[in-house]
Design a protein around this ligand. Structure first.
Ligand code: NAD
Length: 276
């Protein structure tokens, strides 16, 4: 049975609106990245998955995505903290697909600690994976997009790319930086058919968030339900988590020709959180 969001995307754009396009989605073995990769494949794009995880499970997901959507789906295990690995992933994607039209920088990690105790190594890792990787990926793919007159760059930032919360210094700094990078790329690409936008989710139900819920429940000695209600959804006016399918639907729209004039934006998908 079709999920409601898939039906909406199909009816808005027709199926396979991205046929002939190819995409790299970083951090797509899980959560939001997987949801975006799934939506792009459903829209007919060839997709390179990336991320960490159990090789057998990744291969199962890759093959299923390819079969169900009748598109080429590849996987690359490049570590987004290593610029050289990013460049090699792009080379392999070019060799496999012939070209790259869409890049989604989504891989991200989190660490929560007061500023005085924040480990410097965690700061460096978050900057490398959540911010610098997007620069290296754009740098390695922008030239060919500009030359062909079509490109779609989507950076998965966060509501924390727009507002701050305590104890998340590196994450908030990296995500604000990612929004800034998005604007610069948008200005440089605007005349050449290359758009760049940031998606700024509030809380989305993914393994990253499940882990944070478990950690907070343990450290405060309270039930998971209370953490969900009183911490995570406290400032999310819809009082529910956003879904990875919603992130996928927005990504397909931003990649479509209908979104050609939408560039340089940071779009909250946060149930109204940043409207406060
Ligand atoms: P997740 O933990 O479910 O998935 C993260 C993905 O990144 C995984 O595929 C993982 O293997 C990959 N990854 C981690 N480190 C990597 C590295 N060094 N190299 C390559 N891949 C790596 O997380 P998620 O919740 O789906 O988050 C995805 C993105 O969305 C992140 O950038 C996160 O900051 C952002 N985000 C998430 C939420 C949320 O509520 N879940 C809210 C706002 C923003």
């Amino acid at each position: 049975m079709l999920k409601a969001t898939d039906a909406v995307v199909d009816s808005m754009f027709g199926r396979r609106t991205l046929e002939g396009r190819s995409a790299i989605v970083t951090g797509s073995t899980s959560g939001i990245g997987f949801g975006i990769a799934q939506a792009l494949a459903r829209a007919g794009a060839a997709v390179m998955l990336n991320g960490f995880g159990d090789p057998a499970e990744i291969e199962r997901q890759r093959a299923k995505m390819a079969d169900e959507n009748d598109v080429d789906v590849a996987f690359d295990s490049a570590d987004m903290s290593r610029p050289e690995a990013i460049r090699m992933m792009v080379e392999r994607a070019n060799a496999r697909f012939g070209q790259i039209d869409i890049v989604i920088s989504n891989a991200g990690i989190q660490h929560v600690a007061p500023i005085a105790e924040f480990p410097a190594a965690k700061w460096d890792a978050i900057m490398a994976i959540n911010l610098s990787a997007a620069f290296h990926l754009v740098q390695a793919t922008y030239g060919q997009m500009r030359a062909r007159g079509y490109g779609r760059i989507i950076n998965v930032a966060s509501a924390h790319g727009l507002v701050a919360s305590p104890f998340k210094s590196a994450y908030v700094a990296a995500k604000h930086g990612l929004v800034g990078l998005t604007k610069v790329v948008a200005l440089e690409g605007a005349e050449f058919g290359v758009t760049a936008n940031a998606i700024c989710p509030g809380y989305v139900w993914t393994p990253l968030v499940e882990q944070q819920i478990d950690d907070q429940a343990k450290s405060h000695g309270v039930a998971r339900d209370s953490v969900i209600r009183d911490v995570f959804l406290k400032n999310q006016p819809t009082k529910r988590f956003a879904t990875v399918e919603e992130m996928g639907a927005l990504s397909v729209f931003l990649c479509s020709t209908a979104a050609a004039s939408i560039t340089g934006t940071a779009i909250p998908v946060d149930g109204g959180w940043t409207a406060h």
